[in-house]
Design a protein. Structure first.
Length: 69
């Protein structure tokens, strides 16, 4: 992975964790949101898991693990 791609993944993961925190700080975390009708807690968990995965993937890319070119 190129360095710029790895940095993007880390930044994207931090943004997703911020979205998860925002969903958790809503007034009604168990109320349905948007067209999906999912509670904010469910969306926050999905966002947090995706954010953590993106951060790990980005850090692995920065450290150079994977295929070396």
């Amino acid at each position: 992975m190129r360095r710029s791609g790895a940095i993007f993944m880390v930044v994207f993961g931090v943004i997703l964790l911020g979205v998860a925190a925002g969903f958790m700080l809503t007034n009604e975390p168990l109320e349905p949101i948007g067209r999906s009708g999912l509670p904010a807690v469910v969306l926050a968990v999905f966002s947090a898991i995706t954010g953590m995965a993106a951060i790990v993937y980005g850090i692995r890319g920065l450290r150079g693990s994977g295929s070396a070119r």
